[in-house]
Design a protein around this ligand. Structure first.
Ligand SMILES: [Zn+2]
Length: 386
């Protein structure tokens, strides 16, 4: 029998749906899958058979019967392969090895300070290769690597401009694929952070979120209906470069008075300079110890963060605003200032619906989201993105 293009497509779609449900809800019986997907039992059985042959799904013991024979339960084989997540920050990069369900198996930190792009990428690749060597044996091995980078990334995985890293036109995807020998997905780190929190963190139940990565600079990953906003060229979310002071401080982007000049980790370090403090960690320690100077600086940064967050709440009407990256560590001292400014400056209807919280994966949102991108690229390869 000849299979038409349409039949082939429908089968591919159905198989993607079945796998998607098993990944999200296993253990499931074939009958439950049939109920969930609306596909008849014979179709479900055929598709499950193929997925089992592909080693993505396997059977475990018997489930609870609703009368009659106890059903065989199906689970997603999260150890069918492993993925790498990489978060490239300004001072250091973090790389993790995860299973297909996002559990971290091993981790590496790589210092990057004052490195040019080539040597930074070589150092990252070396650390990642040693991580990859730690993966247990599996049918698919390393399925890919996902990268979140603090910069503007195009759809070919080239970092066009990363002002804080001082990278310009770096073909990151291509360079890493050459050095790692696996497929690589590159995204902006705020997008990766939003994905990490949506899949594994504080935004699991949410669909319209603003994830703010507040580190050396400020970027946003924004989802509407659970989908990341990309913009025409893929450059969505550079909120750190919106002007909050007409004649404010010069920014590396060429503008004056950018939000990140007042509300980021580098902004607070600049303010702390007269106090002889040059590390964010030291400021956190001082604030923990009750230093009035450190606490005052965090309040000031909290207020500046609040100004931008109020505008984002008015613009996007999100259900959840998550503050992520390094600034999550300052929650105790910036929280009340943010809440106060947002209450004073945002529209009442919008404010009532928006919760402001801190990323629950702490500084691991982006690296987890990056690994998840690699897994999701593998699981939808030859299938259909739902
Ligand atoms: Zn700027």
């Amino acid at each position: 029998m000849q299979t038409t293009g349409d039949q082939y497509l429908v089968k591919k779609l159905n198989k993607s749906i079945v796998l998607d449900r098993i990944v999200a809800h296993s253990p499931l019986s074939r009958a439950q899958l049939s109920e969930m997907t609306g596909l008849n039992k014979a179709t479900v059985s055929t598709l499950v058979g193929e997925l089992a042959e592909e080693k993505l799904v396997y059977e475990i013991g018997l489930g609870v019967s609703s009368g009659g024979r106890k059903p065989v339960m199906l689970v997603f084989n999260k150890a069918a392969g492993f993925a790498v997540g990489i978060d490239i920050g300004v001072k250091y990069a973090i790389a993790i090895l995860t299973d297909l369900d996002g559990h971290t198996i091993a981790e590496r930190q790589i210092r990057l300070e004052r490195r040019d792009a080539d040597s930074a990428i070589r150092a990252i690749a070396e650390a990642v290769r040693s991580l990859m060597a730690q993966a247990p044996d599996s049918p698919y091995g390393i399925v890919g690597a996902g990268v979140g980078v603090a910069g503007i990334v195009d759809d070919k995985g080239t970092v066009l401009f990363a002002p804080n890293l001082e990278w310009e036109h770096v073909e990151l995807k291509q360079l890493l694929e050459q050095q790692l020998g696996v497929p690589v997905v590159v995204d902006n780190e705020a997008n990766a952070g939003a994905l990490g929190e949506l899949r594994f963190g504080a935004a699991r139940e949410a669909s319209d979120i603003v994830y703010l990565s507040v580190g050396t600079g400020i970027g946003a990953g924004i989802t509407i209906g659970g989908q990341l906003m990309r913009g025409f060229g893929g450059f969505f979310g550079e909120v750190g470069h919106t002007t909050i002071e007409t004649n404010g401080k010069r920014c590396r982007c060429g503008n004056k008075g950018c939000w990140e000049q007042y509300a980021s980790e580098s902004a607070i370090l600049e303010m702390a300079e007269p106090l002889g403090i040059d590390r964010f960690e030291s400021l956190i320690e001082l604030a923990h110890g009750g230093s009035p100077d450190a606490i005052r600086l965090f309040h000031q940064v909290g207020e500046s963060l609040g100004i931008g967050i109020a505008s984002l709440i008015n613009t996007f009407n999100p259900e959840l605003v998550l503050i992520g990256n390094q600034m999550t560590r300052a929650e105790s001292w910036i929280r009340s200032a943010i809440d106060r400014v947002v209450a004073a400056r945002s529209l009442p209807f919008h404010r009532k619906q928006a919760q402001i919280r801190f990323a629950s994966l702490d500084t691991r949102s982006a690296v987890s989201g990056a690994a998840y991108s690699a897994v999701s690229a593998f699981l939808t390869k030859d299938r259909i993105t739902l």
